[in-house]
Design a protein around this ligand. Structure first.
Ligand SMILES: Nc1ncnc2c1ncn2[C@@H]1O[C@H](COP(=O)(O)OP(=O)(O)OP(=O)(O)O)[C@@H](O)[C@H]1O
Length: 226
């Protein structure tokens, strides 16, 4: 993955100010952005996904210009084809695991997959994450780890250009966290899908940080973990 990013964004609201001013380049398959709460990690990830528009700068990924303020380029989020996973897993609560994963395959928010239909691409990921026995279950009946697996299956079923993960293991207990890290590592190696992961946890940098950048107060504080 070749990622070049240089973005600026200012917020001023109710007397609070935040200025994001980040610039880095990376050419490894896996990138981890570390930093304390409020350092600008989620904003940076959202800018890559197309969910936040910087005031200035540019973002290029794999030779594609996703954003270039000076040239008036800002690809819409859907055209960027990122598998973005929020902290809260973002499964659709009224759909079963199978329907949630199939929703990822269809890649359209207007598509309403039937409970009976089995899309081969969805079944592949349900299988890969060991979710077969839970395929007809609804998200509120699953454990944190099971929801995490279902959300990852859904994101990967859409064949994303890159997987963008926001604190993916924060809600899991320590043994499950280690297990999910290993599982995700294997899947990334098998599929070759690039990963950008943001976290507070230095163990995520050890596991996935081919390149690690540490942010502090909206800026790049250093290359590597603290
Ligand atoms: N829409 C917004 N309007 C105003 N300020 C915002 C907005 N979005 C984010 N911020 C501010 O930008 C700063 C960085 O936020 P960001 O979500 O990127 O932090 P983070 O490093 O991901 O933190 P955490 O680890 O807690 O998720 C915070 O101080 C936040 O309050």
């Amino acid at each position: 993955m070749q990622l070049e990013l240089a973005i600026q964004k200012r917020y001023e609201q109710g007397g609070r100010r935040f200025a994001l001013d980040i610039e880095f380049g990376c050419d490894t398959q896996r990138l981890v952005l570390l930093g304390p709460s409020g350092s600008g990690k989620s904003l940076t990830l959202k800018a890559i996904a197309g969910l936040m528009t910087p005031d200035a700068g540019r973002i290029r990924l794999g030779g594609r210009t996703l954003f270039d303020a000076a040239r008036g380029v800002a690809l819409p989020a859907r055209a960027r084809k990122m598998g973005y996973l929020f902290q809260d897993y973002a499964l659709l609560p009224h759909l079963t695991v199978r329907q949630n994963v199939a929703f990822g395959v269809a890649g359209s928010r207007w598509f309403n997959p039937s409970r009976r239909v089995r899309a081969p691409e969805a079944e592949r990921w349900i299988e890969a994450f060991g979710l077969g026995a839970l395929a007809d279950a609804y998200p509120h009946t699953l454990s944190g780890g099971q929801r995490q697996r279902a959300a990852l299956a859904r994101a990967l079923a859409a064949k994303p250009e890159a997987l963008l993960l926001d604190e993916p293991f924060a809600a899991l207990d320590a043994p499950l966290r280690a297990h999910m890290r290993a599982e995700l590592g294997e899947l990334l190696a098998q599929t070759g899908i690039p990963l950008i992961l943001i976290s507070h946890d230095p163990d995520d940098a050890t596991a996935f940080g081919d390149t690690v950048f540490t942010l502090a107060d909206g800026r790049l504080a250093r290359q590597g973990a603290a």
